[in-house]
Each structure stands twice: as C-alpha cells, then as structure tokens.
Write a protein that binds this ligand. Structure first.
Ligand code: G3P
Length: 218
C-alpha cells in the first residue's frame, strides 16, 4: 500500500518524507488556498517545489471544467515535472479529458468520486488513479469504506489498472481499514500517518525498559 500525504504544506510534506514512508503527495485547490498560494505562477512554482522534495507522484488539480480548458491546463501541469499527476474532476468533460491524457501517456487522478459507477467510468477512461472521498461520504451518513470495497471488487473483477486512491481520510482506522480492503493508495493528513505510531502500551513498555536499564546502569 502506498502512503500519500494530502496537503500543500511544505513543512508537513518534509516531516512525512523524513519518516521514510512517503510515496507521494495529493493537493487540491482548497489545500493550496489554505497555504495562501495564489496566482498561476506561484501555484505552478509550488508544485515544482513539492516535486523536488518527494520521490513519487504529486497530484495537481486543474481549475478548468471544460474539455479544452482541462486539456490545456493539464498539459501545462504535466510539463512542470515528470512526477505530476493531473487531477481531474469527475465530470463529463473530465472523463473525456482523462481519455485524452491516457492516450498521451499523461498520468491522471480522477477526483471527487462518490459512487462505484463513477469509479467504473474513470477506469474505463483510463485514469491512473481514482479518488473516492471516504470522510465526506461518512459526513452524510453513507459508508465511505463500503465504497472502497465496492471499487476494489469491480476493478479486480475486470483487471482494471486504475489504482484505488482512498481520499478524504480522517483518522487512523480509516487508513487501517483501507489497507484491509486492499486500496492501492491512501492519501492522508500528516496526523493520520503519524497516528499509526501511537499505542499507550508502547509508551508504557518503553518507559519500563528504560527505567529497568537505568536501575542497573547508573
Ligand atoms: O484531496 C481530496 C480529499 O482528500 C479531501 O479531504 O478532508 O477535505 O474531505 P477532505
């Protein structure tokens, strides 16, 4: 399972990368805005900074919502760095653009996916990744993890190569359950990745080991 970090914050990306377990980064327009990155040149420069920090795919989302606009923006984004994955929303023109990018060898991440039918369409179009949003489904009383399970089954049934990238992960159990289901990738905030470290028995056990060592070594 690959771990991506879902942020545009360079310090958080550096911290996850330093841990040695990071396989890539996903961003979206909200995450870029949260960092105060504005204007095309600054946004593009920020993507390049991220690509130079991490070895692995970096999703950069298009703002255009029409076919020609998505193609133009996606090609520009893809030319920034070989690790850029063009993130395209699950809309009609987005699907057409994913087909186009797929034929051109440009990697894509189909985002804002909330149903198995949408995921099937993204795979048919040749998306590299599909991003179902677990947390946002849970927010509206729908089982986000059940969607991950459905998509994994459908892709396995037909050998689709599109990778299931579980997104909108809110806590450690989301991540662990995605791993049980067999999601290819999970993109998480930093606190979810570092949250995997925590167990009170680890802390208690370590404290005792160190105390016992000190008793006979001081
Ligand atoms: O990057 C897309 C997704 O991970 C957003 O998550 O927490 O805003 O629902 P969230």
């Amino acid at each position: 399972m690959k771990f991506f970090i879902d942020t545009a914050n360079l310090a958080e990306i550096a911290e996850a990368n330093d841990l040695g377990v990071l396989d890539g980064v996903t961003t979206n327009p909200s995450l870029m805005a949260k960092e105060g990155i504005k204007g095309k040149d600054n946004i593009f420069a920020h993507y390049v900074k991220i690509c130079n920090m991490v070895q692995g795919d970096v999703s950069a989302e298009v703002i255009a919502t029409d076919y020609q606009g998505i193609i133009a923006e996606g090609e520009e984004l893809a030319s920034l760095h070989e690790n850029i994955v063009v993130k395209v929303p699950m809309i009609k023109d987005g699907i057409k653009a994913i087909r186009y990018f797929s034929e051109k060898g440009i990697k894509t991440n189909c985002t804002l996916v909330f149903s198995a039918g949408q995921a099937l369409l993204a795979a048919k179009a040749g998306a590299t990744y599909v991003s179902p949003f677990i947390g946002r489904l849970d927010d509206v009383s729908t089982d986000g993890l059940a969607l991950i399970e459905q998509i994994v089954t459908i892709y396995d049934n037909y050998g689709f190569e599109t990778k299931v990238l579980a997104a909108s992960i809110r806590h450690v159990m989301h991540l662990v359950q995605c791993a049980e289901i067999g999601a290819d990738v999970a993109t998480c905030p930093l606190n979810v990745i570092t949250g995997l470290l925590r167990h009170p028995l680890t802390d208690i056990g370590l404290e005792k080991f160190l105390a016992d060592h000190k008793k006979v070594n001081s």
